[in-house]
Design a binder for this molecule. Structure first.
Ligand SMILES: [Zn+2]
Length: 422
C-alpha cells in the first residue's frame, strides 16, 4: 500500500545534528535556518518515506492512496522526552487502574496532539514497558516509547509521593534496583541525583542525595551493561556529578554554573530543561491553555512559591545553555502528556528560543536523544513515516502545532481531524 501526502508545505526539520552548528551562537543564521518546501509531496511505502518531491514534479499516483493536504504544513511528529503518564493523580490506585489510565493517556497524546514519540522518566510497576510492548505489537495505539521503569531515588529522596519513585539505599541496594529494571526490559535508567521543586520540605532542589559511593556504583553498573542514564539533577553539583559520571541526559538543571555548560559540551550530553515545572503557576500563565492548565493543576501555595522562587534562575540557565551550543531536546515533565508538548514549546519560545529551535528540539533533536536519529525525527527518504499535518505555519507561532489535522505513525493515518477544520 502506497500513501501519498500531496500539496503540502513541508517543514522537513532536516539538517546537521544538535550542537553541530557552525554559526556563532545567537546569530540570525542559526535561528533562521528553517526551510520550507512549497507544493511538496511525500510518498510512503511499508511505513517508510520513499520519495520527497518539491512542487516541480508530481508523484506517481498509480495504485496509491492520495491525500491532498491543500497547502497545510507537513512536518515530523512531535516528541516529549520527559514524560510521566499519570493524570489525573489517583490516590491509592491499583496497578490495573494505573495501567488503563496510562494506556489512555498515551493514546490521547498520539491521536489528539500528534506526539509520536515519548521517553518516560519514571513509571511504577514497569507499566511503561508493558505499554510499549503492546504498542509495538499493534495491540494498542500509542506513541513510540522509550522506557525507564521506576524513578530511582533514596530514602528521603524526591517524588516519593508520586507513586512512581522507588527508594533504594547504599551501593548494593541501588545496583539491585537498576538490575531489576534491566531484567524488566527498560530502555534507560532514571536516577534521581538531587531534590526538586515539587516536593515536601526535606526535598529541596539544592540538596544532592547520593553518596559518592552510591553514585559510582549506579553509573558503573549502567556503563557496564550499556544502559544510558537519565539523570534528574537540579543544582550545579548534581549536574556536574551526573555529567562526569557519563549521564546521557540531564533533566531540569534549574540552577547551574558555567562549568556545567562546559561539561555538557565536552561530554556531548543532552540537557532537557523541563521549563513547565517552574513556569506554570497562576501568576505566570498567559495563554488560555496555560490558564486552564494551572487551574486544573491547583498547585498548593507552597509549591507555587517554590516554582516562582526558582523560575528566574531556571530561565537564565536555559537561555545560556541554548546560546552556548549545548545539545537540548524538549521534555515537559508535565501532565497530561497530550497537553505537555504544546505547553512546553510555548515556554521555550517565551524564554527566547526561536520557533525553529523549539520545533527542532521537539522533533529531530528529541529523536536523536532517543537514539533514533537515523530512523525518525525528520521527513527524509528512508526514514519511518511519523508525521503530523497542521493548518497554519508553526514557524510563525508554535501554538499552530496544537490540534493537528492529521497524525501519521509508521506510515498509517492514526488520526484524521480535518473535518473539524473546514
Ligand atoms: Zn519528571
Amino acid at each position: 500500500m502506497t500513501l501519498v501526502l500531496a500539496n503540502a508545505r513541508l517543514i522537513d526539520c532536516a539538517g546537521p545534528p544538535a550542537g553541530a552548528s557552525t554559526a556563532p551562537p545567537g546569530t540570525a543564521t542559526r535561528a533562521n535556518a528553517a526551510r520550507m518546501i512549497e507544493g511538496a509531496s511525500v510518498t510512503i511505502e511499508r511505513g517508510r518515506i520513499v520519495e520527497v518531491l518539491d512542487g516541480r514534479r508530481s508523484p506517481s499516483a498509480h495504485g496509491a492512496e492520495i491525500i491532498d493536504l491543500h497547502g497545510s504544513y507537513l512536518l515530523p511528529g512531535l516528541w516529549d522526552v520527559h514524560v510521566h503518564l499519570e493524570w489525573p493523580r489517583l490516590p491509592a490506585a491499583t496497578v490495573a487502574q494505573l495501567t488503563v489510565q496510562y494506556a489512555a493517556n498515551a493514546r490521547a497524546a498520539l491521536v489528539e496532539s500528534g506526539t509520536t514519540g515519548i521517553r518516560t522518566a519514571g513509571t511504577p510497576h514497569y507499566i511503561d514497558v508493558a505499554l510499549k510492548r503492546a504498542i509495538e505489537a499493534g495491540r494498542w495505539e500509542g506513541p513510540r516509547m522509550f522506557t525507564a521503569g521506576w524513578f530511582l531515588t533514596t530514602t528521603a529522596g524526591h517524588a516519593l509521593g508520586t507513586g512512581f519513585a522507588k527508594t533504594c539505599d547504599g551501593p548494593d541496594g541501588i545496583v539491585r534496583e537498576i538490575r531489576e529494571g534491566m531484567q524488566n526490559g527498560v530502555d534507560h535508567v532514571k536516577l534521581n541525583l538531587s531534590g526538586g521543586i515539587m516536593g515536601p520540605a526535606w526535598d529541596r532542589h539544592s540538596h544532592s542525595f547520593f553518596l559518592p559511593e552510591e553514585l559510582e556504583a549506579a553509573f558503573t553498573i549502567c556503563r557496564q551493561r550499556g544502559y544510558k542514564v537519565m539523570a534528574h539533577a537540579a543544582n550545579p553539583e548534581a549536574v556536574k556529578a551526573a555529567l562526569r559520571q557519563g549521564a546521557w541526559t540531564v533533566e531540569h538543571g534549574y540552577v547551574m554554573d558555567d562549568e556545567c555548560l562546559a561539561l555538557f559540551r565536552e561530554r556531548q550530553a543532552w540537557y532537557v530543561p523541563t521549563l513547565g515545572i517552574t513556569h506554570l503557576t497562576p501568576g505566570q500563565a498567559t495563554t488560555a491553555a496555560e490558564k486552564r492548565w494551572v487551574t486544573e493543576r491547583a498547585l498548593t501555595p507552597d509549591l507555587i512559591k517554590r516554582a516562582e522562587d526558582a523560575v528566574e534562575e531556571h530561565r537564565a540557565w536555559f537561555q545560556k545553555a541554548l546560546r552556548s551550543g549545548v545539545k537540548m531536546a524538549l521534555g515537559s515533565d508535565i501532565r497530561p502528556v497530550k497537553d505537555a508538548v504544546g505547553l512546553e514549546m510555548g515556554l521555550w519560545v517565551r524564554d527566547g528560543a526561536t520557533p525553529w529551535e523549539t520545533l527542532l528540539a521537539a522533533t529531530r533533536h528529541a529523536a536523536d536523544l532517543c537514539g533514533m536519529a537515523s530512523e525518525l525525527g525528520t521527513v527524509e527518504v528512508g526514514k519511518r513515516a511519523d508525521l503530523i499535518v497542521v493548518r497554519d505555519n508553526p514557524l510563525d507561532d508554535v501554538e499552530n502545532l496544537r490540534g493537528p489535522e492529521l497524525v501519521v505513525k509508521d506510515g498509517r493515518v492514526v488520526a484524521d481531524h480535518r473535518r473539524r477544520h473546514v
